[in-house]
Structures are given as structure tokens and as C-alpha cells.
Design a protein around this ligand. Structure first.
Ligand code: AP5
Ligand code: MG
Length: 209
């Protein structure tokens, strides 16, 4: 099954994609994770993306479309995948239609105020992409999965978060109508316990938990 997770920053796309991907044994394709890894490694793409990401802006469509097209051509995507953070503009969605067949789009909806709280407390592992919230970490500063030191993302600072929310509402939210018109959109309330959301997504996908 080829699935898109759509939703504002902090909606839980990454948290849920990790769980659903391991339940379905399919890869999670997070464009944010790919770009952050490229930035960490100092590649040409990473250098190009940095100024946009740090400002809470989207990187240009032509940069991200080629990355996703190449990634989806890899063998592990043959049995399906979850796109987490792509597409984010109508031109990206139109481009995706030329090289992929999407079966379902899950829209995770959460109020802006809840999102701000979630993002300001988020800590991430740059090595494996695992995501945590300070409220669950206690004294712990390393990743449960791979032992790497956890960090706060540059774009999770308060001012940048507000900018990212603005960008979501103007540039990405039109995709809700785009996929509704194609009959692919399924809404899931993203303001519940993590396990409840995971169960709701599996049910929507027709998978027994
Ligand atoms: P990206 O990394 O995709 O960021 P985002 O869309 O802003 O989404 P987030 O990763 O911030 O949130 P999430 O929904 O994954 O939430 P999470 O599960 O972590 O993109 C970053 C940047 O890269 C963009 O701004 C852009 O510059 C660039 N980019 C990426 N893709 C692009 C594209 N296609 N085109 C152009 N540019 C692109 O959860 C958040 C927090 O909440 C965590 O702390 C988590 O523990 C907690 N949490 C999760 N679920 C719950 C819950 N149910 N209850 C309580 N807490 C919860
Ligand atoms: Mg994410």
C-alpha cells in the first residue's frame, strides 16, 4: 500500500509513520529526515536546503521532487511505503502523480496551540530519526533505539515554529482538497493518545491491529 501522511508540523506524522511502517513492514520516507541527514553530512543538497529549513520555509519543489522520485525507485519501496512530509505543495502532488500511484492519504488534524507545545518539547535522534518529547524523557539524553545523543531541531525554536505553521496553512493545506477530490483522503483526529491514533490509522487502512 502506498500511503501519504499529511498534516501540520508536530501533528505526529513521524511518530505514527514509524509505528505503522513497522506494523506493515514497509519503509518510512521522511523528506525532513532525508534533508536533515544531508545537512549533517554537508552534501550539496544539504547545503542548499539549510537556509530554507532553518527559516521554516519549504525547500524548492525541484530539489525535493527529484529526491523522492529517486527514493521511490529503490527496491524496498516495491511492497509499499509511507510518505511522511511529502508532498507539501500542489506542484509536488502533481509531480508525484506522474511517478507513483497513491492508495490512501491520512490527514492528521491537530489544533495549532497543541502543535506549538509538542514542537517546543520535541527531541530527535539525527541518526535513526526516532522522536521523543521531553515530558517522557526524564534525565535521559540518548536515543533508545541507537544510543545517539538526542538534539533539539533548529527549526523547533519558537519563532520558526510559528512560521512553519503559517507555511503549512498557505502552501500545504490546499492538498486536503486536492486529495479529497480524488477520493483518497481519510481524516484521523491527531489529538489523542499515540496508541489510539495508531489504532485509528490501522483501522482506516483496513489492517487488524
Ligand atoms: P519535516 O521534518 O517534515 O517537519 P514537519 O512537517 O514540520 O513535521 P514535523 O516533523 O515537525 O512533525 P511531525 O508531524 O512529524 O510530528 P512528530 O511525530 O515529530 O520538515 C522539516 C523541514 O524540511 C520543512 O520545514 C521544510 O523546510 C523541509 N521539507 C521537508 N519536506 C519538504 C517538502 N516535501 N517540500 C519542501 N520542503 C520540505 O511529533 C512532534 C512532537 O509531538 C514529538 O515530540 C512527539 O513525541 C510528540 N507527539 C507526537 N504524537 C503525540 C501525541 N499523540 N500526543 C502527544 N505528543 C505527541
Ligand atoms: Mg516529522
Amino acid at each position: 500500500m502506498n500511503i501519504i501522511f499529511l498534516g501540520p508540523p508536530g501533528a505526529g506524522k513521524g511518530t505514527q509513520a514509524q509505528r505503522i511502517c513497522s506494523a506493515l513492514s514497509i519503509p518510512q520516507i521522511s523528506t525532513g529526515d532525508i534533508l536533515r541527514r544531508a545537512m549533517k553530512e554537508g552534501t550539496e543538497t544539504g547545503l542548499k536546503a539549510k537556509k530554507f529549513i532553518d527559516a521554516g520555509q519549504l525547500v524548492p519543489d525541484e530539489v525535493i521532487i527529484d529526491i523522492v522520485k529517486e527514493r521511490l525507485a529503490q527496491d524496498d519501496c516495491g511492497k509499499g511505503y509511507i510518505l511522511d512530509g511529502f508532498p507539501r505543495t500542489v506542484p509536488q502532488a502533481e509531480a508525484l502523480d506522474t511517478f507513483a500511484k497513491i492508495d490512501c492519504v491520512i490527514e492528521l488534524s491537530v489544533d495549532d496551540q497543541v502543535l506549538v507545545n509538542r514542537l517546543s518539547g520535541r527531541r530527535v535522534c539525527l541518526k535513526c530519526g526516532a522522536t521523543y518529547h521531553v515530558s517522557m524523557l526524564g534525565e535521559k539524553t540518548t536515543c533508545d533505539v541507537c544510543g545517539e545523543e538526542l538534539i533539539q531541531r533548529e527549526d523547533d525554536k519558537a519563532e520558526t515554529v510559528l512560521n512553519r505553521l503559517k507555511v503549512y496553512h498557505t502552501q500545504t493545506a490546499p492538498l486536503i482538497g486536492y486529495y479529497e477530490r480524488k477520493g483518497l483522503l481519510r481524516k484521523v483526529d491527531g489529538d489523542q493518545e499515540v496508541d489510539a491514533i495508531c489504532g485509528a490509522i490501522l483501522k482506516t487502512l483496513g489492517v487488524r491491529a
